[in-house]
Design a protein around this ligand. Sequence first.
Ligand SMILES: [Zn+2]
Ligand SMILES: [Zn+2]
Length: 321
Amino acid sequence: MQIYLKMLFIFFTVMNVTFAHDSRSPSSIENHSLDQVSKHIYVVHGTQELPNPKSRGFMNNPAAILTNNGVIIIDPGSSTEIGKQLLKKVKEVSNKPVIAVFNTHVHGDHWLGNHGIREIYPKVPIYAHRRMIERVNRGDGEEWLKLLMGMTKGAVAGTKIVGPNIGVTDGEELSIDGMKLKFHHTGHAHTDHDLMIEVSEDKALFFGDIVAAKRVPNSDVPQDANFKGSITAIKTMLTRPIDIYIPGHGVSGGREVPETSLHFLETLHSSVTKYFNQGLESFEMKKKVRTDLNKYKDWNNFNEIDRLINFVYQEVERDNF
Ligand SMILES: [Zn+2]
Ligand SMILES: [Zn+2]
């Protein structure tokens, strides 16, 4: 984690270059619309940029599922302020109380907003994969808050670490105010504790960060990821009866959303494996792998590809040991 913090801070200082490919300019959550993606589900599709002072740290896809008597919140963003702004937006479509919150994984842009929800609904249960609870207890929240404070120059100040309090795992189902939710975890993928949430009635799936639209998957925190596991997760979910896929970053859509992430990951993994088998070291194969992935060069975070190749190389090496 420490190494990551340093690397990201270094990256942050030269980050302006990466903004060139973003379709949305940096802005805080108030400037983004609440989009209805299915009968019961609304998503604020965030900016693709890393947290910065102008966005006040906002970058993920916070969402709300409306039930008959309440609202279920998924991934309420990076700070107390963003969590509260999300509630304000949801008020446009429902005046019912928040009855549950879900966190897809421990990366801070997805869940530090829990605090904002609990400020208004002090007793609301917060669910996540049970290993996320362990990671928050280990101090991941403090690390993320420190990182976001630096990147936003203090815009996330006042945020307190409020972790999930109820652990769930693969295969479990829950009916919340009549809304049936099914949880999926196919093993280590974007992290070792991803929670994918299927909303059966809407044939919708919250993918967390296993899938990202027009963004290089696993490029922000590659040291937490397993690339082969990410491929397995997407392939498994593509067999489910789903019509609408909600990625952790980027715009929601049909099968093309996970399929595009899958194709990227498969090309990356098979390219690194091919050159590994030819006896090339990680640094020797970078140019070749980049050429194999050329059609994705306009994606957000593609400039992180060399770093990603190092991690995939290590994984391929481990799997071949
Ligand atoms: Zn993530
Ligand atoms: Zn994320």
